[in-house]
Design a protein around this ligand. Structure first.
Ligand code: ADP
Ligand code: MG
Length: 251
């Protein structure tokens, strides 16, 4: 029993939680299956790696701050005809993240811009990329308060260390001159360092009005579109087409 305690203590010190929690089970299993010394060690190490990977993924998912989880499997391409199956598959492969390409999804409300952005981000998290989701509105708050708020500073640091940053809903709310400058600063910092997905209900020709200054808008677009795929999504609103009302059910 002393030896078992000693092993548990060492497992604890070495941060091997699987071994610590499952020592007796591992030993019983080894005996029952006549495991060799090598197999016994490999079993333990494999379990530790699996556990570590799933904990890291859990942390990445939490840090990504997705408002909801949406998946690529749930995305109905028959409904969103602006994109071909081939284009959809190419996006799904995520090679554009390694090549530091940006994606810009444009279109009216309800066409699936946020769904697609989250679904790609979620797949990226599962494949080991660091991802941060934010709305333009929340991003402005983060940038303006990063110096005075620990929470905002943490968020900004997460954004700056992400491989993929999703900025949802550019253009829904007006922004000030100061905010436009902060936005430009961030885009410049992330340029050629991380991929961005930006969604907007405004065409890029209207972004000057949005950012308030033609020179600044040109500078932002210059960086954003350097390596970039713009996807214009149109058609009907999925929400309106699939609207369910409470009293319709028995009609
Ligand atoms: P947008 O961001 O363009 O306003 P959303 O992505 O929020 O639209 O989509 C609105 C709702 O419709 C969400 O619940 C989303 O999951 C669903 N939706 C939109 N397009 C599709 C699609 N092509 N396949 C499946 N669900 C969709
Ligand atoms: Mg949206």
């Amino acid at each position: 029993m002393d030896t078992l305690n000693e092993i548990t203590d060492y497992a604890n010190l070495l941060k091997l939680p699987y071994l610590k929690e499952n020592l007796l089970k591992l030993l019983d299993n080894a005996k029952a299956n006549d495991q060799t010394y090598q197999d016994f060690l490999i079993t333990i190490l494999k379990h530790e790696i699996t556990l570590r990977d799933s904990k890291l993924q859990e942390r990445r998912l939490k840090n990504a701050c997705f408002p909801v989880i949406k998946t690529l499997e749930e995305f109905d391409l028959n409904f969103q005809k602006s994109m071909s199956k081939r284009e959809f598959n190419e996006l799904s492969e995520l090679t554009w993240i390694d090549r530091i390409y940006n994606l810009i999804f444009l279109g009216p409300p309800g066409v699936g811009k946020t769904h697609l952005a989250i679904a790609l981000g979620y797949k990226a998290v599962k494949e080991g990329y660091r991802v941060t989701f934010t709305t333009m509105d929340a991003l402005m708050h983060t940038l303006k308060t990063a110096e005075i708020s620990k929470k905002s500073k943490g968020m900004l640091n997460r954004i700056l260390s992400s491989s993929l940053v999703i900025i949802d809903e550019l253009g829904y709310l007006p922004i000030t001159r100061e905010e436009a400058n902060l936005f430009f600063g961030l885009i410049s910092t992330l340029h050629e360092q991380a991929s961005l997905i930006i969604t907007s209900n405004k065409g890029m020709e209207n972004w000057t009005e949005l950012l308030g200054d033609p020179a600044l808008t040109t500078a932002v677009l210059d960086r954003l579109t350097y390596h970039c795929q713009v996807i214009t999504m149109n058609g009907k609103s999925y929400r309106l087409e699939h609207r369910q009302s409470l009293f319709d059910q028995n009609a």
